[in-house]
Ligand binder design. Structure first.
Ligand SMILES: C[S@@+](CC[C@H](N)C(=O)[O-])C[C@H]1O[C@@H](n2cnc3c(N)ncnc32)[C@H](O)[C@@H]1O
Length: 197
């Protein structure tokens, strides 16, 4: 089983039950339609989006995370479709999603490249890619995220990937993030809302 399954196999929600602040900020940009949350962990963002009336599917490869997503959705009285899904293998269907939400899912470069290509294939025209990721500067902050430079995001690489998209929002800089025990304190992040033309 993967390391995230072990990390999430505790009663507490490692990243808390409340949504990521950028998801809350960007929610009004997402039209009512099919929303996919990738690397969704324990469900805080997908459940929040479901409470706002979105039709939400959550993917993660940690079975314990999927269980927690289901429990949190039940606790909040909303429906979230869950799929145990490993991004190294997942099939990306063409033009399926109105929005894809990607919060602090950090991958080695080959998986990052695969995932970004999949997202672009799978968004409908007009669909949104919404993400908040730690930048490589985050190593100096020590307030969460991977301790491995390769896994942290290079904002320029992200912009290059989406160079054909309309940029609705793009931000690089410091944000305070208090999200369970997993993320605590001032952090260096890159936020994106890119729209497929
Ligand atoms: C830092 S957590 C973020 C969880 C969630 N997005 C949030 O903001 O609370 C990173 C997530 O990436 C998931 N992940 C890492 N590699 C993955 C892979 N190959 N396929 C699917 N999920 C993966 C982990 O299981 C974990 O839930």
């Amino acid at each position: 089983m993967n390391k995230w399954h072990n990390r999430f196999s505790v009663e507490e929600y490692v990243f808390g039950k409340e949504p990521n602040a950028f998801v809350v900020e960007a929610e009004h940009l997402i039209s009512r339609g099919k929303v996919l949350c990738i690397a969704e962990g324990e469900g805080r963002n997908s459940v929040y989006l479901a409470t706002k009336g979105h039709d939400v599917t959550a993917w993660d490869y940690a079975p314990s995370g999927i269980e927690k997503i289901k429990n949190l959705a039940a606790e909040r009285g909303v429906g979230v479709k869950t799929e145990l899904s490993d991004l190294t293998e997942v099939e990306w269907e063409e033009e399926k999603w109105d929005a894809i939400v990607h919060i602090f899912g950090h991958f080695p470069k080959p998986l990052f490249d695969r995932t970004m290509a999949g997202i672009q294939r799978s968004l409908k025209p007009g669909g949104l890619y919404v993400s908040e990721l730690y930048t490589k500067e985050q190593l100096k902050y020590g307030t969460g995220g991977p301790g491995d430079l390769e896994l942290l995001c290079d904002p320029k690489a992200l912009l290059e990937k989406f160079d054909r998209y309309f940029v609705k929002h793009f931000f690089i800089g410091e944000e305070e993030r208090i999200e369970g025990h997993g993320h605590t304190g001032l952090a260096h992040v890159v936020q994106s809302v890119f729209q497929k033309r």
